[in-house]
Design a protein around this ligand. Structure first.
Ligand code: BGC
Length: 768
């Protein structure tokens, strides 16, 4: 699929319609505004393969778990973000025939996702007999009014004359493709249609979320407002208005469809119809152009802080902007109840739930490109789930306030039923602990420890303490039966990465306790009382674990072993695999995958990336050279980490190859699955591969540090970083790196290894 979308710095462009690519394009051209998201389903009915997808943030359904052999400890349900009523639909008839792009041939088809301004546009022409009609459809989900969507549907007749009709509708008859029991997830509550407008209200089964959508429309003929008779349809799960007219040669008719989309996350169900009608009225009063202008303004602000400019490489530029665009439209950070699913609002896979992806991959992006409370909200989300994480640990047999955060969650409960894969990936607890440290290290907001952070750290440390056991034979502590980030190994002993995260958490929790005791004595006392923490006994055993935890090593080469026994496997290289068998997860049996040495995603290397400063270059190199050739990168979360480490090691070609793989993973469909949705959480990793990798940014001894290096074919790279009230503009070219302090006080930092002060409004420049 490489090269299917045209290279362009600001847009994703598809030229010509290929039905076999339609579901992939529905993912690629998705729109969102943090409150909801929409796959790029056509407005008109489409009889070909399509994945209808409208998703509302926080609105989910607990689909009953389906397993063959139930085991104690399995979660009762798998939560799913629901496919919500369809608000984009507009049936179109021309000359009495339904416009269906699966059956009617289009010419000059072009679809564009304009990332600068955040809209989706399609243009195409069709022929009715000999007569030509040109169609242009634009839509956006307002970033300013996050409960509003708008569509402009224009039909221009070149030389056709005859009937045309539009039927804008709201349709509640939607299902999830991934439903376990083919159940319907919504019950319809109210529906009403009158000429010019309609609304529909539905309630989710079991969870009782309510969604209400109201639509209105306006029609223009040759630029003049048109009042037209309308046929109204009102069924329980469907409402529509039909507008019919005669279109003459050279004439243009435009239908504007406005929709308000509200949920009970933010409104009382009893007020929702009135509120939806009000929001709709506001949108209609602003008009399509008015709404669009204010929407574009929000995008301008977003880009002003988060854009990355790559000079000399359009494909790389398009890739990074696509990632940043999707990140910004998935999560805006205004609501601490929300989080980021691996597919964002672009597909059903992963159920829209929260994974370790957020802490490990997303927080760095929001830390440096958005207001501080955005990443803080992501931490608070986990803080609010602490009670559930403790309950979750109790279910599995842990005691005394130990917390095991779920690998997959909507509301704090574990909601996935893949025991060995997801359940045993307890490394997520480490990522959640590390994110607290990462946030404080970057923002300096140490009060967060007293307010929320330390309580979480204590509970996680208690879990590690119980999960780690003593081996008489090894005379070491060990951690048995886990799955590391590499999901192509299940139920292994002493996964190096997980052991590292556990040991680090214990050490950090002890440091944080000392800090709080010294600096916030009364908060410390309150916390000790609240958690029943025993300052004598608990740290003593934690310390012992840190000192005596087993880390598997390959003695001969000095490589950290991914887990005990890894060298018993037949050692093969990914490059020797038959390309026809890749991705192996689509060609090999699970049994074969588990026995092989092939690594799905960074695992030991994930640990080396996270704790980079603990390892010297030789250690990093040895491990990279061992693991990279065995890694198949079949998780989207993998290439970014390899790209960053390759940059550190001066392997720019490899770093660039991995960068393209992460940034264009979806655009070039490397893993052959983009039709299921986009890899939103890995996009945070793409951002890291540019800023931490080529941009060479990290936090070193409490200060920001930059030591960049560009790939061969980049002329220059520039980006902005928000850092403790400052906006820093960084520009790197082949020879130099410059940093301007655009806003905020002066700041000490490291530039190419030297500690240096950047004045308020000052600039620095250094040779590479
Ligand atoms: C990866 C996990 C990740 C999940 C959701 C899986 O393929 O292996 O690390 O959490 O996808 O993105």
């Amino acid at each position: 699929m490489k090269g299917y979308y045209k290279a362009d710095p600001w847009s994703i462009i598809e030229e010509g319609f290929d039905p076999s690519m339609h579901e992939a394009s529905e993912s690629i051209f998705s729109l969102g505004n943090g409150r909801m998201g929409q796959r790029a389903n056509f407005e008109e009915r489409y009889s070909g393969d399509t994945l209808q997808g409208t998703y509302l943030a926080g609105v989910y359904y607990p689909d009953k778990t389906r397993v063959g052999w139930w085991k104690n400890g399995y979660p009762e349900y798998f939560a799913k973000v629901l496919n919500a009523p369809n608000w984009t639909g507009i049936d179109v008839e021309i000359g009495g025939e339904a416009l269906d792009l699966h059956t009617i041939k289009t010419v000059e088809f072009r679809r564009e996702l304009n990332m600068k301004q955040g809209y989706l546009e399609r243009t195409f022409a069709i022929y009715k007999g000999e007569n030509r009609l040109e169609i242009e459809v634009r839509r956006f989900l307002s970033m300013k009014r996050n409960e509003t969507g708008a569509i402009r549907y224009a039909i221009r007749s070149v030389d056709y004359s005859g009937p045309v009709s539009f039927t804008p509708y709201l349709d509640g008859n939607v299902v999830n493709q991934d439903s376990n029991y083919d159940e319907k997830f919504w019950d319809m509550e109210v529906s009403k249609a009158v000429p010019g407008s309609a609304y529909l209200m539905a309630r989710t089964r079991k969870t009782g979320f309510v969604a209400c959508m109201a639509m209105g429309h306006m029609v223009e003929l040759n630029g003049e407002h048109l009042e037209q008779e309308q046929e109204v349809v009102q069924r329980e799960d469907y409402v529509s208005n039909r507008i019919s007219l005669e279109l003459g040669q050279g004439e243009e008719v435009i239908l504007y469809k406005f929709v308000s989309i509200l949920t009970s996350m933010n409104h009382k169900p009893e007020d929702m119809v009135i509120s939806a009608v009000k929001v709709l009225a506001g949108a209609m009063a602003a008009g399509f152009e008015g709404l669009f202008k204010e929407h574009v303004k929000v995008w301008e602000e977003k880009w002003a802080h988060s854009d990355i400019v790559i000079e000399g490489d359009t494909s790389a530029q398009q890739g990074i902007r696509f990632n940043i665009f999707q990140l910004n439209q998935t999560y805006t950070g205004t609501d601490e109840r929300l989080n980021i699913g691996p597919k964002g609002f672009t597909g059903e896979k992963y159920g829209g739930s929260t994974y370790w992806d957020t802490e490990a991959y997303m927080i760095p992006f929001y830390l440096s490109t958005a207001r501080q409370e955005v990443s803080r909200n992501l931490l608070v989300y986990r803080y609010k789930h602490l009670g559930k994480a403790i309950e979750n640990a109790v279910k599995l047999g842990f005691t005394g306030g130990a917390a095991l955060y779920p690998m997959v969650t909507m509301n704090g409960e574990e909601c996935h039923n893949e025991w060995e894969i997801t359940f045993e990936e307890i490394h997520r607890n480490g990522a959640i602990a590390f994110a607290i440290y990462n946030y404080i290290r970057y923002t300096g907001d140490k009060d967060y420890l007293a307010e929320c952070g330390l309580e979480v750290l204590i509970a996680i440390s208690r879990f590690w303490r119980q999960r780690i056991t003593w081996s008489e034979e090894k005379q070491k502590y060990v951690m048995l039966g886990v799955t590391g980030p590499n999901e192509y190994e299940n139920n292994v002993n002493n996964n190096w990465y997980t052991n590292k995260m556990a040991s680090w958490t214990l050490s950090y929790t002890m440091k944080a306790l000392d800090y709080l005791k010294k600096t916030h004595a009364s908060s410390y006392d309150t916390l000790v009382a609240k958690t029943g923490f025993d300052p004598k006994k608990e740290p003593a055993i934690w310390r012992d674990i840190v000192e005596k935890l087993h880390f598997p090593m390959e003695e001969k080469s000095g490589v950290f072993l991914q887990q005990d026994g890894f060298m018993d496997k037949e050692q093969r290289m990914a490059a020797d695999l038959d390309p026809a068998e890749r991705p192996i997860n689509q060609h090999w049996s699970w049994d074969r995958i588990l026995r092989s040495c092939f690594i799905k995603q960074a695992d030991v290397l994930q640990g080396i990336f996270v704790f980079e400063d603990e390892f010297d270059r030789d250690t990093m190199e040895r491990n990279f050279d061992f693991y990279e050739p065995r890694t198949v990168h079949e998780s989207s979360l993998s290439p970014c980490v390899h790209s960053i480490l390759a940059t550190r090691l001066g392997r720019y070609e490899k770093a660039y190859e991995m960068y393209l793989r992460t940034s264009r993973l979806d655009l070039d469909d490397y893993n052959n699955e983009v039709h299921e949705g986009l890899h939103i959480t890995s996009m945070g990793g793409t951002w890291m591969s540019v800023i931490y990798g080529f941009g060479g940014m990290k936090v070193k001894e409490g200060l920001l540090s930059f030591e960049p290096a560009l790939p061969e074919n980049w002329e220059a790279l520039s980006f902005k970083i928000l850092y403790r009230g400052r906006i820093l503009q960084v520009r790197i070219d082949k020879e130099k790196v410059g940093i301007d302090n655009l806003e905020g006080e002066g700041v000490d930092l490291y530039l190419m290894g030297s500690k240096i002060h950047l004045e308020k409004s000052g600039s620095l420049i250094a040779d590479l």
